[in-house]
Design a protein around this ligand. Structure first.
Ligand SMILES: CC(C)(COP(=O)(O)OP(=O)(O)OC[C@H]1O[C@@H](n2cnc3c(N)ncnc32)[C@H](O)[C@@H]1OP(=O)(O)O)[C@@H](O)C(=O)NCCC(=O)NCCS
Length: 322
């Protein structure tokens, strides 16, 4: 039996910080409004010459160092993003080239804020099937480029970042560590609730920015994340009390707290980093994980529950022993 071990974790946040007060200088908002409704204090913004692949490169190097491997040891790259450098080729093959990896394969996954969970689940299946041994999974986004900085209802919510895991297959007698189980879901009937136009097959579009029905997204995020976690724990035969840390997609503090409450999960078990970087879409889970590991909160052997929700709608969860 092959276990999918998390061998290394890395992250990268661009240097430039934009606080709530900074935003209130150019749109009609305030720190109080943003903080009370979302728990966000600030976000990081990529410099003009930084693309999604540049952020991904930094996070990948951090994860490679943490895993104590060489880039050449990686035989598959799965990169989750909804803000790729180009329409094609994929940002993953660009990262493969930047890392000077000449073998294996690389591809992008597009599941918006659920992208990292989709990528982890895919990577886990590739490792457990024996097809690949060492996979670099990255979530990388430059949302500052798809925000309408005049729209106060969306521009305050997002930021730029990248996070990465190095996964490795290890032979064991049973699934004792690493990824225990994962589940991913989508329901395209809700795709109009949160979207960004401007795809090349769209003949004309009014704007290429994020549009969102905030209240609907909030409601579905709580409902669907609660249901999928219950489904995952049930199928894995794991009780909620066995979870040491809950590492949710960092969209909004109120969504995290409400979901945890519905799951009867103690609030002190939630990893919260959204205050420092806002919603960084597919990058948010690995950034939260890397932060919590570096802070000494998450330790080897801890049971973790990762979950996300995003446009589509897409959602999913991963249960893992770190
Ligand atoms: C976006 C969100 C914070 C808005 O909170 P809300 O309580 O639903 O607020 P509303 O949309 O009802 O807006 C209330 C008022 O605040 C105003 N408002 C919106 N954004 C504002 C801002 N940044 N600053 C000040 N006022 C703002 C609205 O215009 C509205 O004013 P009105 O009553 O005069 O029309 C909330 O809906 C949310 O968190 N949704 C989920 C978003 C999310 O996480 N998306 C990503 C998922 S992956």
């Amino acid at each position: 039996m092959i276990n999918t071990i998390v061998k290394g974790i890395g992250m990268y946040l661009p240097e430039k910080i934009l606080t709530n007060d900074d935003i209130s200088e150019f749109v009609n908002t305030s720190h109080e409004w943003i903080y009370e409704r979302t728990g966000i204090r600030q976000r990081h913004i990529a410099s003009e010459d930084q693309m999604t692949s540049d952020l991904a490169h930094m996070a990948a190097l951090d994860a490679i160092q943490d895993a104590n491997i060489n880039a050449a040891d990686i035989d598959l790259i799965i990169l989750a993003t909804s803000t790729p450098d180009q329409v094609f080729p994929s940002t993953a093959v660009k990262l493969q080239d930047i890392l000077n990896i000449k073998r294996g394969a690389a591809f992008d996954i597009h599941a918006v804020c659920s992208g990292f969970i989709y990528a982890l689940s895919t990577a886990d299946n590739f490792i457990k099937s024996g097809k690949y041994k060492r996979i670099l999974v990255v979530g990388s986004e430059v949302y500052s480029r798809i925000l309408d900085w005049k729209d106060r209802s969306t521009c305050v919510l997002f930021g730029d970042a990248s996070g990465a895991f190095i996964l490795e297959g290890q032979n064991k007698n049973s699934i004792t560590s690493g990824i225990i189980d994962s589940v991913i879901r989508s329901d395209g009937q809700y795709r109009g609730k949160l979207y960004c136009d401007g795809g090349p097959s769209m003949k004309s579009s009014t704007d290429n920015f994020i549009n969102m029905d905030g209240k609907e997204v909030y409601k579905h995020a709580v409902e669907k994340q609660t249901a999928i976690v219950e489904e995952l724990l049930d199928s894995a035969g794991v009780d909620i009390d066995a979870i040491d840390w809950f590492v949710p997609h960092q969209a909004n503090l109120r969504i995290l707290q409400t979901t945890a409450k519905k799951l009867k999960l103690k609030e002190e078990k939630i990893i919260v980093t959204v205050d420092k970087h806002a919603n960084t879409s597919s990058a948010s889970i690995p950034v939260a994980m890397a932060t919590a590991v570096k802070d000494g909160k998450i330790k080897r052997g801890d049971m973790l529950l990762l979950e996300a929700f995003g446009a589509g709608f897409t959602w999913g969860a991963v249960l893992l022993r770190y």
